[in-house]
Design a protein around this ligand. Structure first.
Ligand SMILES: *Cc1c(COP(=O)(O)O)cnc(C)c1O
Length: 418
C-alpha cells in the first residue's frame, strides 16, 4: 500500500473510531505509523528509521523482538498458549520461583496479571486485606496506573479529576521528602506506595536513604511498603531493582513493562509470606485473573529474565547510563539557556527544560534526527530517555549528537519567534 494512502486510512479511522485527539497529538509531534521494530530501531510507514529512546516507557529493555524471547514464545505456542485455569501451569511455577530468587529478601510469592496497573491494583487490595486498614500514603507526581484503585494513588490531578470520587483516605506527600512521609504514615495506614525512582513524574531520583526512612516508618506503624518498580525494575536503574540502592525490601513489589521481554504483556506483584497468608490463606481465589499467568506470557518472562541475567544487562545499564548522562550533561552546558538539569540512574535519564513549551519542540526536532523520545506524562518539561539496555555505544553517540543538534535548532526556532 502507498505510504500516504496507508497513513490517511489509519489517521481517518483513528479520528472516526478510536481517539481523534490522540491521533492529532501524535502526528503533530511528527510520529507516523509504526510498521516494524527490531532491536533498538523502529521503522515507520515511510521507511524512516528511529533509535527508540522512549522504549515503551521502559518496556523494551531487551529491545524489540529479542530473538531469544521470540523463540521461547514461538515454541510455547506449539504446545499451550493461554492456560485452562483448572490445571497447574509449569511456566507459572518456574517464573514465580525465579522471581522469588532474584527479588529482594522476603519477597517470595507472585500474583501474575497483564499490566502495571493490575499489579498495583492487586498490591492495594493485598495491603488492605493484610492490615485490615484502608488508608494509603502516596507521593505527588507519582504514576501508578489508570484503573480506579491505581488512579486513586496516582499523584496527578489532571488524570484524577474527571473520575472523582476515587478511593477515599489517600494522602499525597511531596516525593523525596522523608519527613513528610513519616508524618503522614500512622496506625491507620494500610500502606505507603512509592516509586524508587519516579518515572512519569519526570525521572526524579530521591535523596539517599529515602526508602530506608519509609521502611522504618511503615514498620513502626504496622503499615506495608509497596515499591512500584513497574518502570524502574529489572535493571533499568542500574540496579536489578531500584530499591536495592537503599538496601531495603518492600512488602509488595509490582513489576510489569519489561517483564514480558518486550514481546508479551506481563505483570506481577510479588510479596511476602505474611501478605500471602493473609490474602490467600482464607480463600485461594481471593484475587484472580483469567489471562494472568498464561503460559505464553510466562514463557516470555522466563526467557527475558534469562537474557537480562546472563547478559549482565543491569551492569550495562549502570555503566552505559553513567556515560550517557555525562555526555548529556556536556550537551546541556552548551545549551544552558534551555536545559535546567540532566538527572537519572542507569538508563533512566531525564532532561529537564527551563520552559514548558521547549519539550514538544525538541521531541519534534529529535524525530527529524531519527531519535524517538517523549516527555514525561506527569511533567512535560522533562524529556525521558529509556533506550533498550542492549543499546550499543555507537547508537548512544548518535543520540547525544542528535540532542545537541535538536537543541541548537530549538534555540533558532525560539529566536525567530521573539
Ligand atoms: C507504567 C506504570 C504503571 C502502569 O502500568 P500499565 O501497564 O501502563 O498499566 C504503574 N506504575 C509505574 C511506576 C509505571 O511506570
Amino acid at each position: 500500500m502507498d505510504p500516504d494512502k496507508l497513513f490517511e486510512d489509519v489517521f481517518e479511522k483513528y479520528c472516526a473510531h478510536f481517539n481523534p485527539g490522540l491521533a492529532r497529538l501524535v502526528t503533530f509531534a511528527g510520529f507516523g505509523i509504526e510498521m516494524e521494530a527490531e532491536g533498538c530501531i523502529i521503522t515507520d510507514h515511510e521507511g524512516r528509521r528511529f533509535i527508540d529512546c522512549l522504549g515503551g516507557y521502559g518496556t523494551f529493555a531487551l529491545g524489540h523482538r529479542h530473538p531469544k524471547v521470540v523463540e521461547a514464545v514461538k515454541r510455547q505456542l506449539d504446545s499451550l498458549a493461554l492456560s485452562g485455569k483448572a490445571f497447574l501451569t509449569k511456566q507459572v511455577a518456574d517464573l514465580a520461583a525465579k522471581l522469588a530468587e532474584i527479588t529482594p529478601e522476603g519477597l517470595e510469592y507472585c500474583f501474575f496479571c497483564n499490566s502495571g496497573t493490575e499489579a498495583v491494583e492487586a498490591a492495594l487490595k493485598f495491603a488492605k486485606a493484610t492490615t485490615g486498614r484502608s488508608r494509603f500514603v502516596s507521593t505527588e507526581g507519582s504514576y501508578h496506573g489508570k484503573t480506579i484503585g491505581a488512579l486513586s494513588v496516582t499523584g496527578r490531578e489532571k488524570y484524577r479529576k474527571p473520575f472523582e470520587p476515587l478511593l477515599p483516605g489517600v494522602a499525597f506527600v511531596p516525593y523525596g521528602d522523608a519527613a513528610a512521609a513519616v508524618a503522614a504514615i500512622d496506625d491507620k495506614t494500610a500502606a505507603m506506595i512509592v516509586e524508587p525512582v519516579q518515572g512519569e513524574g519526570g525521572i526524579i531520583v530521591p535523596p539517599d536513604g529515602y526508602l530506608r526512612e519509609l521502611r522504618k516508618a511503615c514498620d513502626a506503624h504496622g503499615a506495608l511498603l509497596i515499591a512500584d518498580e513497574v518502570q524502574s525494575g529489572l535493571g533499568r536503574s542500574g540496579y536489578l531493582f531500584a530499591c536495592e540502592h537503599d538496601g531495603i525490601s518492600p512488602d509488595l513489589m509490582p513489576l510489569a513493562k519489561s517483564l514480558g521481554g518486550g514481546v508479551m504483556p506481563l505483570g506481577v506483584v510479588i510479596g511476602t509470606q505474611a501478605v500471602w497468608d493473609a490474602v490467600f490463606g482464607p480463600n485461594p481465589l481471593a484475587h484472580t485473573s483469567t489471562f494472568g499467568g498464561n503460559a505464553l506470557a510466562c514463557a516470555a518472562g522466563l526467557a527475558a529474565l534469562e537474557v537480562l541475567l546472563s547478559e549482565n544487562l543491569t551492569e550495562r545499564s549502570r555503566v552505559l547510563g553513567a556515560k550517557m548522562k555525562a555526555a548529556f550533561e556536556e550537551v546541556a552546558r552548551r545549551h544552558a539557556d534551555l536545559v535546567l538539569e540532566v538527572r537519572g540512574r542507569g538508563l533512566m535519564i531525564g532532561v529537564e527544560f527551563r520552559m514548558d513549551e521547549v519539550g514538544e519542540i525538541v521531541v519534534a526536532q529529535l524525530m527529524k534526527h531519527g531519535v524517538c523520545v517523549a516527555y514525561a506524562l506527569n511533567n512535560p518539561r522533562v524529556l525521558r530517555f529509556e533506550p533498550p539496555l542492549i543499546i550499543g555505544e555507537d547508537l548512544v553517540a548518535q543520540v547525544v549528537e542528535a540532542l545537541d543538534s535538536a537543541l541548537s535548532e530549538t534555540e533558532s526556532l525560539l529566536a525567530e519567534l521573539v
